[in-house]
Design a protein around this ligand. Structure first.
Ligand code: OAD
Length: 250
């Protein structure tokens, strides 16, 4: 891991990236204690996605779906952003000060990037602390524990988590904005994602002139697309990479 990290640091020192995008997945929140989906012990090993994360599942048993989301909301509410989230937030601030640009694209619904201080965040899969009325489509931030499940809107219809389920469209503009940020980037950091869920995973191939550095302890389908792979946990690697970017900007 040390060697792969040092190679990535050398690349940064030689190439001085200043237009940077990052694509993150569940792995960046692993060290905050939020379960991932596809690792050993991940959510999809113990739960069936089609019974919990599809519109059909919600129509069939909204209480069951909500119980699962309330359980996850509880874990995330108690979680705190780790050094990986904080490093990306400080990169955004640094690049804004130095006339660069930083776009954070996340598949995570946990909101930990914003809690770490990131501002320019594209949440491809929504946010677990926002709800949406199933009749009116109105959205609202609701981070509290719901007393009765499933929760209802003041109009009487059911509320649902404002997240993207399997088979649903991504929020309007999210993939277009992400693709534009990736196409214009000198560097794309791909952090903590298994790279198997599309369209998010396809963003890596939208790079035009830049390079991708993957940060993941495991190999993924992205490993062969990336110029460099750092085989280390995000909370270890990202502060080192962010420090190298800061040094390289002079
Ligand atoms: P996955 O659970 O599929 O992948 C997590 C990745 O993080 C794996 O490749 C791990 O090796 C890696 N990982 C684990 N610990 C790490 C650490 N400390 N640092 C860095 N990497 C680490 O999660 P996603 O790729 O985010 O979608 O999953 C994509 C989508 O599938 C999710 O957004 C969700 C899920 O179904 C929806 O719910 C629509």
């Amino acid at each position: 891991m040390q060697e792969s990290l040092e190679r990535a640091i050398r690349w940064i020192e030689q190439n001085h990236p200043r237009t940077i995008a990052a694509l993150t997945g569940a792995g960046i929140s692993a060290e905050s204690g939020v379960p991932t989906f596809r690792d050993a012990g991940g959510l999809w090993e113990n739960y069936r996605a089609e019974e919990l994360a599809t519109p059909e599942a919600f129509a069939r048993d909204p209480k069951l779906v909500w119980r699962w989301y309330e359980w996850r909301r509880g874990i995330i509410r108690d979680a705190i952003p780790n050094d990986g989230h904080l490093a990306l937030a400080s990169l955004e601030e640094l690049l804004a000060e130095r006339g660069g640009a930083f776009t954070l694209i996340t598949q995570n619904v946990d909101g930990l990037h914003r809690r770490a201080g990131s501002r320019n965040v594209i949440e491809l899969h929504g946010n677990i602390f926002r709800v949406r009325c199933t009749r009116e489509g109105t959205r609202e931030e609701r981070a509290e524990t719901f007393e009765a499940l499933p929760p209802a809107c003041s109009c009487g219809a059911l509320l649902r988590p404002d997240v993207v389920w399997f088979g649903e469209m991504l929020p309007p503009g999210a993939i277009e904005d992400s693709a534009a940020a990736v196409a214009g980037a000198d560097l794309l950091l791909v952090v903590g994602t298994s790279g198997v869920v599309h369209p998010a995973a396809g963003l890596v191939s939208m790079l035009r002139r830049g390079a991708a550095i993957e940060v993941n302890p495991q190999e993924t389908p992205i490993t062969r697309l990336a110029q460099l792979s750092v085989h280390a946990p995000a909370a270890v690697a990202l502060p080192r990479l962010a420090a190298a970017i800061e040094r390289s900007l002079g």
